[in-house]
Ligand binder design. Sequence first.
Ligand code: ADP
Ligand code: ASP
Ligand code: MG
Length: 460
Amino acid sequence: MPSDNRVGEKVQDAPPSPTRVYPQPFSMAQGNSEIVVMKFGGTSVAGAEQIKRAARRIVAAREAGSQVIAVLSARGKTTDELVAQALEISERPDSREMDMLLSTGERISCALCAMAIHDMGHKAISLTGSQAGIVTDSSHTRAKIIDVRADRIRETLDEDRIVLVAGFQGVSTDSRDVTTLGRGGSDTTAVALAAALGAGVCEIYTDVAGVFSADPRIVPDARKLAMASYEEMLEMSASGAKVLQLRSVEYARNHGVRIHCRSSFEDSPGTLVVTEEETEQETMDQPFVTAVTHSEAEARVTLTGIRDEPGVAGKIFIALAEAGINVDVIIQNEPVGDDQLADLSFTVDRSDLRTATEAIEALGEVCAGVRTDDRIGKVSIIGAGMRSHPGVAAKVFQVLGEESINIEMISTSPIKISCVISADRVPDAVKSLHEAFELGADAVRPEDPSGAEHRPTVSG
Ligand code: ADP
Ligand code: ASP
Ligand code: MG
C-alpha cells in the first residue's frame, strides 16, 4: 500500500526553493545523428497551413543532411470526433472496430503531409503503423509495442525518400488486426522508431515550447525546463502531464532514447529528456521540486465491508488488472469494529470507471457495497531533489489547507507527492503549489542566449 512517510514532518522544516542554474547550450543528438525522428502532434497538423509548416520542417531536416522519419498524429480533434461518432452508434463499441476507426485519423495526416512534401520537390511516402513494422500485443485501444520491424523504413530511407509513419497504431501478429496504443500514443510510436533505427534524437513537436513547471494553460508564468530526467518525466507523465505519453517515456528510458520536446511553431530549444546523470552534469544546482502536475479526469471506487483476511486485495486487483485497468492511488483502512470488515478505496482514469465497477461486481461477494465518485482530480509535485529534502509533504498539505482544499487521499514515491482532491479545485491547487514552491518564470534569471529560459506560449 502507498504510504506517506513524510507526513509527520514539521512545516517549518520546509527548505526555501533553490534556483536552478541553467546549462550552457548542450548537444541535442547522440547515436546516429544521420537519422532523425520527428513527431508532430494534433495541433501541429490541424489545418492545411500547419501541415505545410510541418512539411517544411521535415524537408529542412532532410536538406540539412539527415534521413528523416516523421510520425504524425491525427489532425486537431479528429480522434475525439471519431470516438464521439462511435458512441453515437453504440454505447459500448467493439474494441477491434474502434481501432479500425481511430487508426484512420493518423493515416489522413500522413497522406496529406506526403502530398505537401512532394510539392516541395522531395520524395516522401506515407505508411500505416502496420506497413512501418510496428508490432503490438493484441489488447485493442491500449496495445503495447512488442517489436519494430523497420526493414521497409530502412529500405525507403536508402532510396532517398522521407518516411511518414501514422502514429498511435500497429498490428498484432497474433490476431493480424490493427491496434491502437492508447491516447497520446504517437509519442510512443516515435520513440520506438527512434530506438529501432538508432536515431540520434527523437524530436517531439507540440503546441507548447517544451515541458513546463506546470501546464501553461493553468499557470501562465510556468517555466520551461531545459532538461528533465527520465525518472522525473515518468512521474510527470504518470500524474497527468500529457505533453509526453507515459509509455513513450518508459520506452525512451528502457532503450536510451533522448527526447527533445519542443514547439512546432518556433525554433528555440525545448526540453531534453535524458538520464539523471546527464541532468546532474548539466545542472549545477538541483532544485528539490521541479514541477506541479495535475489530472482532472479521475474517479474513485470505494469498496465497503471487505473481509480483513489474506488474499482478498489480491483477488480484487487481479480482476482489475485482467480488465486492463491501471489503478492509481490505493487506500485501505484497518477495521475498527468487531466485525473485522475493512473499506478499500482506489482511483482510476474516469474513462475506466465503468469497466472497473463491472470487474468488481463480477467477483460476487468480495464486499458489502461499491460506491463511486467520478468528480475526482489529483495534484502532484515532482522533483528528483525531493529525496534529500525533508518537509516537502508538510508544505504541500499546508498550502492546500490554506486554500481550503480538502485532501481525500495521498500517495508518494521518493520523488513525488500526490494528493487526490475534488476535480473542481484542481486549478486552484496547481496555481497555489506552483507559487508556494516558487517554480514560476519570475523565480529564475531571465532568458539566456541558449534559450533555456522561455515564457510559455500556448496556441489553439
Ligand atoms: P500533441 O497533440 O502535440 O501530442 P498534447 O495535447 O498531447 O499535444 O500535449 C501538449 C499539451 O500538454 C499542452 O498543450 C499542455 O496544455 C499540456 N501540458 C500539461 N502539462 C504540461 C507541462 N507540464 N508542460 C507542458 N505541457 C503540458
Ligand atoms: N491521435 C491520438 C490521440 O488523440 C494519438 C496521438 O495524438 O498521439 O490520442
Ligand atoms: Mg500528445
